[in-house]
Design a protein around this ligand. Structure first.
Ligand SMILES: *[C@@H]1O[C@H](CO)[C@@H](O)[C@H](O)[C@H]1NC(C)=O
Ligand SMILES: *[C@@H]1O[C@H](CO)[C@@H](O)[C@H](O)[C@H]1NC(C)=O
Ligand SMILES: *[C@@H]1O[C@H](CO)[C@@H](O)[C@H](O)[C@H]1NC(C)=O
Ligand SMILES: *[C@@H]1O[C@H](CO)[C@@H](O)[C@H](O)[C@H]1NC(C)=O
Ligand SMILES: *[C@@H]1O[C@H](CO)[C@@H](O)[C@H](O)[C@H]1NC(C)=O
Length: 517
């Protein structure tokens, strides 16, 4: 998508002024606080969507952009004081609550009140009507209408009237088609909590969020301050072409509420200063730069500007929570022998058991058989003949092509390694086949089945990993993993009596435990 941006430049230039202008005219009958909210969601979502959908706007765009206005009005009017009380909200609330609770729970209560929860987040999803039937399935994978709020912005009306497990859909160019005439639908599921917006999170229709981890990441930051959080492209050239300081929209990014307010205040001036920028993620960054707010990089947001198979990247995830996956139509399904949607649904099984640990790597060795074992929890395990250092194993293997569809290892903004240097060392891959929680043992049990593909003949006189059919991994759920300093978990090969089965324990490293032979 990004590589086509230069072609779209003339289009952007045409649409720039219509989409920038209508906003000032909308506020006549509105109170100041909702007005701010409106501008905020309007700016953050609509400008973002405008690019992504490659809207060629006409005068209708004015109606389209006015339309969300009533939405946001609702959002803020259900609770009277989103904007005015935003800074004082935690302490005011906590005081009231503290009186209602017995002393023992007081400090706990304060902490709970302050932590960011999923209902503090408003999602804005940019979607294309043409691809809606196919891509809405990605949204259903992660979106929980009862716990979350968000809006899907479509560039055109769609035939499907399906609304199950989807956020309210809005058409940004034609309000008359909009099925949610009554904007209550957007706030209703959240009841009285509706007002409490702390973060706006933007994504595309082919982005899948691991929302538990998104919350874990946002919780680290004070939502009362200016924060612009996201991640870069994998492509060095894309980063040079756009910016190494820009959050890429497809991987998703988060903007704190006060920052969104500040952006809204300056948006027209800022946007008009950058006619040369045609995406919304780069205009966003241009305005951020004017505000002097840098990108806070969180490497769990994944733009995935690559082709081919994500395996190498997913099997060596950085030591940070997995927040999002993007370009899921571009890459192969993440599990073999499944459709893309099935593969992602399959990934949600371990996610439900231990979201913090999803895709987290651990590295250990089978000393007896001199194998290297690399676990990506909930996804896959690789076994290599011979010993590789953790330093090598934590580099992604190049199972993917770059954004220009070439196998060029200089194309990335991070280190990679070849899949194998020697044909004997081609990894044996085991993909997660099932995962469950065993309440007797109080831990998760996940099974990984060997991916049966032909391996080259190997004359090395050592045990062959092909003798294994199944790996079983035991791991205690660890929801507080990311409250501690980042560190890979350790894995240990257990003695197994079952033929063709290897059992592995994954967990917090014991004192003095390191990944070595
Ligand atoms: C918001 O603040 C005003 C005073 O600034 C106060 O009267 C009102 O009760 C507050 N609202 C909430 C929900 O705390
Ligand atoms: C969706 O459309 C079909 C036919 O157009 C109709 O039968 C059905 O009731 C509609 N469903 C909803 C939820 O509006
Ligand atoms: C792939 O799926 C098909 C149909 O679901 C099944 O028959 C086949 O055994 C599967 N192949 C592998 C390698 O799992
Ligand atoms: C849980 O683990 C125990 C001990 O290994 C085993 O006996 C039991 O069958 C397991 N339960 C389930 C539901 O798998
Ligand atoms: C299960 O493990 C959790 C933490 O890992 C612990 O808090 C809990 O007490 C354990 N439950 C049992 C029955 O052992």
């Amino acid at each position: 998508m990004k590589s086509q941006k230069d072609l779209e430049k003339p289009i952007w230039d045409q649409m720039r002024s219509p989409s920038g202008n209508p906003i000032p005219g909308t506020g006549s009958s509105i109170r100041p606080a909702p007005k701010l909210m409106v501008w905020l969601i309007l700016f953050v979502s609509v400008t973002y969507v405008v690019y992504t959908l490659k809207l060629v706007s006409t005068s209708r765009a004015c109606d389209g952009e006015r339309e969300p206005f009533s939405t946001t009005h609702r959002l803020s009017s259900t609770s009277t004081s989103v904007t005015s009380n935003i800074t004082s909200e935690p302490s005011v609330q906590n005081q009231a609550d503290a009186h209602r609770h017995i002393h023992k729970h007081e400090s706990q209560e304060l902490r709970v009140q302050r932590a960011t929860e999923i209902h503090h987040i408003v999602f804005g999803i940019a979607a294309s009507a043409k691809l809606w039937n196919q891509r809405k399935e990605y949204i259903k994978i992660w979106y929980q209408p009862n716990d979350m709020r968000g809006v899907v912005w479509l560039d055109d009306s769609v035939k499907s009237n399906e609304t199950d497990n989807l956020p309210p859909v809005k058409i940004s160019s034609d309000t008359s088609q909009f099925p949610y005439k009554n904007n209550k639908d957007i706030v209703q599921p959240y009841g009285s909590r509706a007002s409490n917006v702390r973060w706006f999170v933007m994504g595309d229709d082919d982005t899948v969020f691991i929302t538990e981890n998104l919350v874990r990441v946002l919780r680290k930051y004070d939502h009362n301050q200016y924060y612009y959080i996201g991640s870069l492209s994998e492509s060095h050239l894309q980063n040079i072409y756009f910016s190494y300081g820009m959050a890429y929209g497809g991987g998703g990014f988060a903007i704190s509420y006060p920052l969104a307010k500040a952006l809204v205040k300056m948006q027209d001036r800022c946007i008009h200063r950058y006619p040369g920028l045609y995406g919304s993620d780069d205009r966003m960054q241009a305005c951020m730069a004017e505000l002097g707010v840098p990108l806070t990089k969180e490497f769990g947001f994944h733009q995935y500007d690559v082709y081919g198979n994500l395996f190498g990247l997913l099997a060596a995830h950085p030591v940070t929570p997995l927040v999002s996956l993007h370009h899921l139509d571009v890459v192969e399904p993440i599990f073999p022998n499944m459709t893309r949607v099935q593969a992602l649904q399959h990934l949600m099984v371990p996610k439900k058991l231990d979201s913090a640990a999803l895709m987290q790597q651990s590295i250990c060795y089978d000393k007896r058989r001199t194998w290297t074992i690399s676990v990506s929890w909930g996804f896959a395990v690789q076994i290599f003949r011979g010993i590789f250092s953790p330093r090598e194993m934590e580099m992604p293997s190049r199972t993917f092509l770059n954004w220009y569809r070439r196998a060029d290892y200089t194309a990335y903004a991070f280190n990679t390694r070849p899949v194998s240097r020697n044909h004997c060392q081609k990894p044996f891959v085991f993909y997660m086949s099932k995962a469950e929680f065993n309440s007797t043992m109080n831990q998760t049990v996940s099974e990984y089945a060997r991916h049966r593909i032909p391996h080259p003949q190997c004359r090395w006189k050592m045990a062959n990993p092909a003798e294994l059919d199944t790996l079983v991994i035991y791991k205690k759920p660890d929801p507080y993993l990311w409250d501690r300093s980042p560190r890979r978990n350790c894995c240990r090969v257990l003695k197994s009596k079952k033929k063709g089965v290897m059992e592995i324990d994954v967990g917090v490293c014991r004192p003095g435990e390191v990944s070595e032979v």
